[in-house]
Design a protein around this ligand. Structure first.
Ligand SMILES: *[C@@H]1O[C@H](CO)[C@@H](O)[C@H](O)[C@H]1NC(C)=O
Ligand SMILES: *[C@@H]1O[C@H](CO)[C@@H](O)[C@H](O)[C@H]1NC(C)=O
Length: 271
C-alpha cells in the first residue's frame, strides 16, 4: 500500500542526502577510500514505491475540482435528476483554474468528470446526460478536453474522478450492464485526453443496491492497461490514498503509513 511504501522511501532518500553533505565537507575521499569498509544500505523493511507512486508523492499537492450541476444547485451530491439546462457556466475559463493551480504550487489537477449525479462533463457516447444536453457552448463543449489542454499548457498533471455511483443511469443496479457502462466511460476518458496521471474513485454509496457489485479488479486492470503511468486513488488504493482517513485524521509521526490488510473500498471507517 502507498503508506508503507512511502514510509520506507524516506529512509532511502535520507542516505543520498547525507552522502551529499558529507562530500561538501571534504569527507568524500575517505568515503571512497579502499581502506574504509563500506556498509551497504539495509534491505527495505516495507515495500518500496513504484515509479508512479513516487512521482505522486513528490508532486505533493493535487487540486481537486468538484464541478458540475452541483455547482448550480449548491449541493454536494446531486440526485441525478437535475435538468441539464441548469448547467450553463457562461464564463467558464478552465485555463484560469490551471493558471491558479500552477501559480500556487499544485502539481496536478483532478476533475470530477462524473460525480454521483451521473452528469458527464465530456460528451460521452453512452449517455445523453452530459454537457451535450446543456446550453453551455451550445452543447458542443467538453470540459475534460479543455482542462486537459490547460493542464498540459501549464505543466500540470491531469487526473479524473469517475464516480462509480450513478444516480441517473438507468442500468445502475444491474451489475453486469453497469460495470460495462462504467468501463466504457473509463475507456473514453483514458483514450481521448492524452496522458492521465491519476484516476480517482470511491466506493460510494457504501452499501450499494441489492445485486449491484463493483468489479474493481476489472476496472483497475483496464486503467493500468490504458494509462500505465496513472496511479489509482481510493481509500484502499491500489496505488495511492489520502493521508489518514477521509476526515484527514492521521498518525502524528508516521502520517503516510497505512496498513491495508483490513481496508476495502467503500468500507473504511472514519477513525
Ligand atoms: C441521445 O439522444 C439522441 C437524440 O434524441 C438519441 O438518438 C440517442 O439514442 C441518445 N443516446 C443515448 C446514449 O441515450
Ligand atoms: C495489519 O493489520 C492486520 C490486521 O488487520 C494485522 O494482523 C497486522 O499485524 C498489521 N500489520 C502491521 C505491520 O501492523
Amino acid at each position: 500500500m502507498a503508506g508503507p511504501k512511502i514510509f520506507t522511501l524516506h529512509l532511502h532518500l535520507l542516505l543520498p542526502v547525507l552522502l551529499l553533505s558529507s562530500s561538501t565537507a571534504n569527507i568524500t575521499p575517505k568515503l571512497s577510500s579502499k581502506n574504509i569498509p563500506r556498509t551497504p544500505p539495509p534491505l527495505p523493511i516495507l515495500p518500496l514505491p513504484s515509479a508512479s507512486q513516487l512521482a505522486w508523492q513528490q508532486g505533493e499537492m493535487a487540486m481537486f475540482l468538484h464541478f458540475g450541476p452541483n455547482t448550480f444547485t449548491d449541493s454536494e451530491c446531486g440526485s441525478g435528476h437535475a435538468d441539464p439546462s441548469i448547467f450553463f457556466p457562461k464564463n467558464l475559463d478552465s485555463r484560469q483554474w490551471a493558471a491558479v493551480a500552477a501559480a500556487t504550487g499544485f502539481s496536478r489537477v483532478v476533475l470530477t468528470a462524473k460525480h454521483h449525479d451521473g452528469f458527464c462533463l465530456w460528451p460521452s457516447s453512452y449517455t445523453n446526460y452530459s454537457v451535450r444536453s446543456s446550453p453551455w457552448s451550445s452543447g458542443e463543449g467538453d470540459i475534460v478536453a479543455d482542462l486537459a489542454a490547460a493542464a498540459h499548457e501549464f505543466g500540470l498533471g491531469f487526473g479524473i474522478y469517475l464516480s462509480p455511483w450513478d444516480r441517473h443511469e438507468p442500468c445502475y443496479g444491474k451489475s453486469l450492464e453497469y460495470n460495462e457502462y462504467y468501463l466504457g466511460q473509463m475507456t473514453e476518458l483514458l483514450t481521448s485526453y492524452g496522458d492521465i496521471q491519476e484516476v480517482f474513485l470511491d466506493g460510494a454509496p457504501g452499501k450499494v443496491e441489492k445485486d449491484m457489485v463493483y468489479l474493481f479488479d476489472s476496472w483497475f486492470e483496464l486503467i493500468h492497461q490504458l494509462q500505465p503511468k496513472a496511479v489509482i486513488f481510493s481509500e484502499a488504493g491500489p496505488d495511492v490514498r489520502w493521508i489518514g482517513d477521509e476526515a484527514a485524521v492521521s498518525g502524528t509521526t508516521c502520517w503516510s503509513l497505512f496498513n491495508k490488510s483490513s481496508a476495502s473500498i467503500g468500507n473504511t471507517e472514519t477513525e
